[in-house]
Ligand binder design. Sequence first.
Ligand code: ADP
Ligand code: 5GP
Length: 195
Amino acid sequence: MPAPPCPGRLMVITGPSGVGKGTLVARLLQRHPRPWLSVSATTRSPRAGEIDGQHYFFLTRTDFEQRISTEGFLEWAAFAGNLYGTPRGPVEEQLAQGRPVLLEIELEGARQVRRTFPEAFQLLIKPPSFGELERRIRGRGTDGEEAIQKRLARARVELEAEAEFDAVLVNADLEAAVAELARLVGVDAAGPPAP
Ligand code: ADP
Ligand code: 5GP
């Protein structure tokens, strides 16, 4: 499938579950409203505090598969027993308006985007160590043991794919990592500190 005209910039942010992708992107967007973050669809159940349409569009598997069949996703993948996908229409609209678009997606989805949008910038977020990644996943307190084990197994695969990415960002000190992300997205990191 050819890439559509793309005056905006597409940026893929990948990294193991628990590395801090959501935290980094949320802090960036608090300070810089211009980049637009795609809201994914998923068949996973909402975690406590997650709002439908804001954190994810929570779909049944039947509805998700229906959207696959109508090519409603820019990319989609299975992860830790659930399906995740990027709704195509809103991303194309935002790119057409010239906004930087951020996709926070796992490795298989990043690979699909690399084929359909070869001009997209692909960033891998890494933890300072595997032990610290495990501490963060457990510290978040949102996943059961089975889900944690699936995410840690997948994390090793994702970290081994480092060479596929245009840039790598180690999320050690949070503020330094937000500043580096802002630089890579092309917005200035200056702004009021996050509450
Ligand atoms: P992801 O979106 O990659 O799954 P989260 O953003 O949910 O990860 O972060 C996982 C946990 O790690 C959260 O509890 C978050 O507060 C914590 N965290 C994120 N970045 C850092 C950091 N630089 N140092 C310490 N803890 C962090
Ligand atoms: P979580 O269940 O922790 O919210 O997300 C699990 C993994 O799915 C994370 O690596 C996250 O980046 C990824 N993910 C979220 N949305 C999408 C999506 O639309 N497509 C793909 N391929 N992965 C996604």
